[in-house]
Structure formats: structure tokens, C-alpha cells
Design a binder for this molecule. Structure first.
Ligand SMILES: N[C@@H](CCC(=O)N[C@@H](CS)C(=O)NCC(=O)O)C(=O)O
Length: 321
């Protein structure tokens, strides 16, 4: 085969941060090859490849190089390709038999070697998932005008309807929670991937099977707490520190009936007397209050440091029950 010491167009190395694709960049430099780096970043939580790499190569792993139409994955295969085609000065090419043995040894060893090689390899729940499916499903609902990185209100409604869920029902908020949504009405690609992987699902049908567990969260006090805490940031305006009172009341009316016997009195107090936005501390403390204080308030102690809104409520309620 004729060796081209210079590729016709710059070779592209698809490089993932903190990964072995650095080795290929080293080799490209050593061989003085004309190349461009296309950077990708691991999902900050799952540390997995970003979904767009699957459109370059179905393996979805780094490194990958593209040389014109040719796409090559696997460190060893890439190293062989580069040395075979661009090592004009035979800098790395083995010349003698014993060199070839060593060359093969290092090539195979390093292809399989990473910083975790000495640790016991634990199979992750997400390893068996079809990650391409997960990101393709996202694209079905994503907002084209936002580079396909966000699902907004319309897409969310369509997603809920494909799951057989009404987007105004409480379970739709559990879905947003499970997919790490940061604001009501939007889903982001990174949270979506993380969520689907944590749930261990990769199709709409499998996602639907999780809905019974999600319903359980809405009635089980041990599971509800985490979801309830998530709601404060989810429901408040991004640039505000507090939650608008009407929204807080709507959420409490929708979600607290299974847990809070004095809910109606609480709402009455907020509407008639308190009439202010809700800050984080009262939002969170209300949950502890519901769990710890009897519905006749007999074990309520004013000297414990409950937020003012709760002290005010107890005073208001005691006169009415
Ligand atoms: N045998 C492959 C392994 C590729 C591989 O596991 N790459 C890692 C980076 S070091 C990766 O892409 N991880 C992200 C992921 O698995 O989602 C090779 O040597 O190229």
C-alpha cells in the first residue's frame, strides 16, 4: 500500500475529556499529521459519552477518527491505521520480528488498559441500555430552535401523552423529577440521559412500566420527601429566591391531601393572613411539621425554632379546631 504521509484533508480526532483519546492526539503529534480536534464532554454525573457521538459511530466510545469518509473506532485500530498510512519515517513501525512482538503486545495491552484496570469491574445497570434509543427519543420531542438540547412545554405534553399521562396530573411532575428537570415545563438532554439510565429503561414502553412506581411516590411518605424537596427549585422562577404563594398553594392542594390533615386550614391561613411568597425554609419545614406534629397540635412547642409562617398557622388553627 502506498503511504500518504499527509492526509488529503485534516484528519479529525473525536476527543472526549479525561479519556484515552489523548493517546491518539499524542500519536498524531509524534507523526506530525495534519489534524483537527473535535471536543466532546462527558456527562458530568454519569461520566458517559454525549449522545451525539452515536451519530459518528454506533459504538459511542472514544477515541474515533475520521479521515474523509472513513470512520475508525478503537484505539488499537486507530494506532495501526495511523502508523500504517502516515509513519513515513518508520518512527514506530516494527522492523524486526522481536519488535513486532513487542509492538503487538503494547498495542493490545494499552487498548484494554485504563486507570480502573486494576479494580474489579462492576457491571453498571446502564451498560445494557441502548443509549442511542435514549437520545433518539429525546430528539422526537426536542425543540429544534434550541439546537435540540431542550424539551419545552409542547414536547413535554407530547411525551406525557405518549406515556398515557395527562401533563397536568401530579405524576407528570414526578416524571420531570426523575428526569432531573430544573424548571417546570422543560427537560434538558443531560438530565434526560441521566434519568433514563438511572431508571434502567431505553424505550417508551419500558418507561411506561415505571409509572406504577411513580404513582407510589405520591402516596408513600418515605418516598415523597425527596420529590417534595425537589419541587421548590422546580416550581419557583429561576431568578427568584422565593416561591410565588399562588403556585405554592396550587402545589400543596394538589399533592398534600394524602399527608396533611389540616391542609384546608393551612391554605385558609395563607390566603387570609400570611399572603406572602414562600421561601425555602418554610417550604422544607412544612414537611417536617406534617410528619412530627399531631393534627390537634398538642405536641407543638412554640419554643422550637419553626419558621414564623408555621408559628402563625398554629396560632390561627388552634382557634378554629
Ligand atoms: N477498547 C476501546 C475502549 C473505548 C472506551 O471505553 N473509551 C472511553 C473513554 S476512555 C469512553 O468512550 N467512555 C465513555 C462511555 O463509555 O460512555 C478503545 O480502546 O478505544
Amino acid at each position: 500500500m502506498k503511504m500518504d504521509s499527509v492526509p488529503k484533508t485534516p484528519l479529525i480526532i473525536h476527543h472526549l475529556n479525561e479519556s484515552r483519546s489523548q493517546r491518539i492526539i499524542w500519536l498524531l503529534e509524534e507523526l506530525n499529521i495534519n489534524y483537527e480536534v473535535k471536543k466532546y464532554y462527558r456527562n458530568p454525573v454519569s461520566k458517559l459519552s454525549p449522545p451525539e457521538i452515536y451519530s459518528i459511530h454506533p459504538l459511542g466510545k472514544f477515541p474515533i477518527i475520521t479521515d474523509g469518509d472513513l470512520v475508525i473506532a478503537e484505539t488499537g485500530a486507530i494506532v495501526e491505521y495511523l502508523i500504517e498510512n502516515f509513519d513515513a519515517e518508520s518512527k514506530f513501525k516494527p522492523r524486526e520480528k522481536h519488535e513486532r512482538v513487542l509492538y503487538n503486545y503494547y498495542l493490545h495491552m494499552f487498548s484494554d488498559f485504563n486507570k480502573n484496570s486494576k479494580k474489579k469491574i462492576v457491571k453498571k445497570k446502564s451498560d445494557d441500555l441502548n443509549k442511542t434509543n435514549i437520545s433518539n427519543i429525546f430528539l422526537n420531542y426536542a425543540e429544534k430552535s434550541q439546537d435540540n438540547k431542550i424539551i419545552s412545554f409542547e414536547g413535554l405534553e407530547k411525551f406525557c401523552s405518549d406515556l398515557g399521562v395527562n401533563s397536568s396530573e401530579p405524576i407528570a411532575m414526578v416524571i420531570s423529577h426523575k428526569l432531573h428537570s430544573k424548571n417546570m415545563g422543560t427537560l434538558h438532554l443531560d438530565g434526560w440521559i441521566q434519568g433514563w439510565e438511572e431508571l434502567g429503561v431505553d424505550s417508551i414502553e419500558k418507561f411506561k412500566e415505571k409509572l406504577t412506581e411513580f404513582q407510589e411516590i405520591l402516596i408513600n411518605k418515605d418516598q415523597f420527601k425527596e420529590f417534595y424537596f425537589f419541587l421548590f427549585d422546580f416550581a419557583k422562577e429561576e431568578d427568584s429566591r422565593n416561591l410565588n404563594l399562588e403556585i405554592a398553594i396550587a402545589l400543596w392542594e394538589m399533592l398534600l391531601p394524602p399527608f396533611f390533615k389540616n391542609l384546608n386550614l393551612w391554605i385558609q391561613y395563607l390566603k387570609e393572613e400570611y399572603q406572602r411568597p414562600i421561601s425555602r425554609d418554610p417550604w422544607m419545614s412544612l414537611w417536617d411539621f406534617i410528619q412530627q406534629i399531631d393534627s390537634d397540635f398538642s405536641n407543638f412547642d412554640e419554643n422550637q425554632s419553626w419558621p414564623t409562617v408555621i408559628d402563625g398557622f398554629v396560632e390561627f388553627a388552634r382557634e378554629r379546631i
